[in-house]
Ligand binder design. Structure first.
Ligand SMILES: Nc1nc2c(ncn2[C@@H]2O[C@H](COP(=O)(O)OP(=O)(O)OP(=O)(O)O)[C@@H](O)[C@H]2O)c(=O)[nH]1
Ligand SMILES: [Mg+2]
Length: 347
């Protein structure tokens, strides 16, 4: 690959403005992949691997990050402040966060027009995108295999008001053109979705690469977790694309604002409840229940919102707060509830 300029690598003013006199001589480089003891980077000098340093581990470096490297030692010095950051809660511990990708403009939430399609999961992915500052776009793959792809589009639009959605056949020649507006120079796109929905197939279509893809099981449309690590690639349209492994569980972390964005309809209705702490159950004067009775709101959507809010509240508690709450209710547990929620997502 020919050497790229900083703007071609996605550099912009927000990164330039972070440089101080002390950084003179340091070289900005973009993280394209992460290994145990090394990070892969691309800079105007080309692509290379740098040794991982303790500072980087502390800062939690992730794919899409910008770092400064010292050309004399060839070591990374520090990670620059991110414009956007996609992260999830570690489903095993429900304590620490796992960084998915940084400096992403658009998140392609990928689902297929088959049994993979699941509204609750889409709401989760969209909350994650909004929370991280990335614009979510729903990509419905395998439209060519469905008798009626429009029913998935309609369902998505009902659950995610104002959603941008593209239903397509990832293998079709016109797919890159359909997505081109998100993919130009200076843009970074990340792909998220369960295994087998076609993330790598899309990556190949948009980059011209030929990375491994594999057939899914017919019985439940699940994939085989073919992609095992995140990596960033240049798209033919000039931007960057981050492919990710299919996710089994996605727990939200600090996602209050993201949830407010996804469930803005319920949040607005709740403003009209008689009690400001209305739980939208049997309270008199509940505007949300009134909307359900009038057929303006799906009861399932209220339940999904309440579940995600509870999950988010739980994951935001400190260890001390959890212990206090457990002590008061007479039992101690360590995240089993949220882990169960993640498991019940099915992947
Ligand atoms: N007909 C059709 N097949 C598709 C489409 N998108 C993907 N596929 C097929 O679906 C299978 C899985 O695609 P992958 O790209 O490997 O899926 P993935 O999301 O990267 O899966 P993981 O890497 O396991 O997370 C492959 O056999 C693809 O050829 C599509 O739009 N139409
Ligand atoms: Mg893949």
């Amino acid at each position: 690959m020919q050497n790229l300029t900083l703007p071609e690598l996605g550099w912009n003013e927000s990164f330039q403005n972070q440089l101080t006199d002390e950084d003179a001589g340091l070289i900005p480089a973009r993280v394209t992949d992460i290994h145990k003891s090394e990070v892969g980077v691309s800079s105007p000098e080309g692509s290379e691997r740098l040794n991982m340093t303790l500072e980087l581990v502390d800062q939690g470096v992730t794919v899409g990050d910008w770092l400064l490297k010292d050309p004399e030692t060839n070591k990374p010095v520090r990670v620059l402040e991110r414009q956007t950051l996609l992260k999830r809660r570690n489903a095993r511990t429900n304590m620490d966060d796992q960084l998915i990708a940084a400096n992403v403009n658009t998140l392609f939430v990928v689902s297929s027009c088959n049994k993979d399609f699941n509204v609750a999961r889409l709401e989760r992915y969209f909350a994650l995108a909004f929370q991280g500052g990335a614009e979510p776009v729903l990509i419905l793959t395998k439209a060519d295999l469905s008798d009626d792809p429009s029913k998935y589009v309609t369902e998505a639009m009902r659950s995610l008001p104002g959603v941008m959605v593209e239903a397509l056949d990832s293998l079709a020649d016109d797919t890159p053109a359909k997505l081109e507006r998100y993919c130009g120079t200076g843009q970074t796109v990340a792909l998220l979705g369960t295994s087998g929905v076609g993330k790598t197939t899309l990556t190949n279509a948009l980059t011209g690469l030929n990375q491994l893809t594999q057939h899914i099981r017919d019985s439940d449309a699940r994939g085989r977790h073919t992609t095992t690590a995140r990596s960033m690639h240049r798209m033919a349209a000039g931007g960057w694309l981050i492919d990710t492994p299919g996710m089994r569980a996605l727990l939200l972390a600090d996602a209050r604002e993201g949830l407010e964005a996804v469930f803005s309809d319920i949040e607005e209705m709740a403003q009209n409840c008689r009690f400001s702490d209305c739980a939208h159950g049997a309270e008199p004067g509940c505007a949300v229940q009134t909307a359900i009775e009038a057929g303006d709101l799906d009861a399932g959507r209220l339940t999904r919102w309440q579940k995600l809010m509870a999950e988010d509240n739980y994951s935001n508690e400190t260890v001390f707060e959890r212990r206090e709450r457990a002590r008061k209710s007479g039992k101690l547990h360590s995240g089993g509830k949220a882990r169960g929620a993640a498991k019940r997502q099915g992947r």
